[in-house]
Design a binder for this molecule. Structure first.
Ligand SMILES: [Zn+2]
Length: 409
């Protein structure tokens, strides 16, 4: 219990530090009033959990209060935009190019790679976020916005993945049509992970008991944060099928904007779709090697819902609660995660290249039942740097599969 107490204090201090440095500028910019209602339930929960540690409670409660406000603010900011609804492709007219290539902008490095595969030599592509840039925390520079305004089209993920860009895109207006590359994909709602789908589907009886328990706990967790993070899970690229839809969307959009090169876009798309099929086969075969007992993921933030659904594994928990990296865990969130990991004998934590692993390392240090704790890095919102082998969507997906398979042996 002393260990638990210690991590609660350490985690709260770290979380507070991250929050102050990471989110203060945003809070200033937004200048929004904070919803009072969303703080009270979290405070109450913290109070009940921290019950037995009366001395520390005062200190915690203060930090938690700030936390909850911070989360509340995010919820307010995104609440109405982030519904779990399918996005549509806008109608696009042919651009007046005057013999120049179509000027295309893509937000994330992953979207940029897919657009590049389809557009090939026929387009002039600018990718706003470099490898290693977390899309949730990206803020466009003045130069980025000029590039967008001068373009013929910008491809975004949609569902507010690019939180820092949303307002600017609205201001840029009709000059550069905004195309959600995730159009025509049925989104999963946040928290709708493998558990939900396994239930009622084909599953062995012996397991159902365990799964049921884990499920119930996760649902509690979901409720706790549900009001803050409702909406579509934007991380659709972790299902290869969804990226196949991306490819079709890009081919259609580019062909509408630049009909002269439509045949090129269609041919490029077909060639890339064949590569994606090979990737699907590889991923299915590799993921199939993980034994039933080990099919639990603990990741840094909740980016792997689609992946878990696709490969029939469970996201046991995440270090950062929620599907944006901008959320902050409370000390009790982390203590709960440690308990959950110990119950399922999980000794591997998957961090990500785009976000600090400080909190993950803190949790790893507290897993006293594990002989050997592994902290392994996955690619989440960005491809890897050039020459890493993960500098493309296909490369990063393969690298993730290899890392997950090796980490869940
Ligand atoms: Zn994310």
């Amino acid at each position: 219990m002393n260990d638990k107490l210690r991590i609660m204090i350490v985690a709260a201090m770290i979380a507070l530090g991250v929050m102050v440095t990471g989110c203060a500028p945003e809070a200033n910019e937004q200048g929004s009033t904070l919803p009072e209602t969303s703080t009270s339930s979290e405070d109450a929960e913290t109070a009940s959990i921290a019950d037995e540690h009366a001395e520390e409670e005062g200190e915690h409660a203060d930090e938690e209060g700030e936390h909850a406000e911070d989360e509340g603010e995010h919820a307010d900011e995104h609440g109405h935009e982030e519904e779990a609804e399918m996005l549509a492709l806008p109608e696009l007219n042919a651009a007046e190019l005057g013999g120049e290539p179509l000027r295309v902008v893509a937000t994330t490095s992953i979207i940029g790679d897919v657009v590049a595969q389809v557009g090939g030599e026929a387009i002039a592509l600018t990718v706003l976020m470099g490898p290693g840039q977390d899309p949730h925390s990206y803020e466009p520079s003045a130069r980025d916005l000029t590039t967008v305004a001068d373009s013929n089209v910008i491809f975004v993920n949609g569902w507010n993945l690019e939180e820092g860009l949303a307002d600017d895109l609205e201001n840029i207006g009709e000059d550069a049509p905004v195309v959600p590359i995730s159009a025509n994909i049925e989104p999963m709602a946040f928290g709708e992970d493998a558990h939900d789908h396994e239930e009622g589907e084909e599953h062995k009886e012996g397991e159902e008991h365990e799964e049921g328990e884990a499920h119930a706990e996760e649902e509690d967790h979901g409720d706790e944060h549900g009001h803050d993070h409702s909406g579509a899970d934007p991380h659709v690229w972790f299902s290869i099928h969804n990226v196949e839809q991306w490819v079709e969307n890009v081919a259609n959009a580019l062909s509408d904007l630049d009909p002269a090169n439509a045949a090129t876009y269609e041919a490029n798309a077909a060639a890339y779709l064949a590569e994606l099929e090979t990737l699907e086969d590889y991923a299915a075969e590799q993921m199939g090697q993980i034994s039933e007992d080990n099919r639990f993921l603990v990741t840094n933030h909740d980016a792997f819902g689609y992946f878990a659904h696709e490969y029939d594994i469970s996201v046991l928990g995440t270090i950062i609660p929620g599907m944006s990296t901008l959320a902050e865990p409370s000390a009790s969130d982390l203590a709960d995660l440690i308990t959950e990991m110990e119950e399922h004998a999980v000794c591997t934590i998957f961090t990500e290249t785009t976000v600090s692993d400080t909190l993950a390392q803190t949790v790893a240090a507290e897993l006293s039942d594990c002989d050997d704790v592994q902290v392994l890095t996955l690619y989440t919102g960005a491809v890897g740097p050039e020459g890493s082998g993960a500098d493309s969507y296909i490369g990063m997906f393969r690298a993730n599969v290899d890392t997950i398979v090796s980490g869940l042996q």
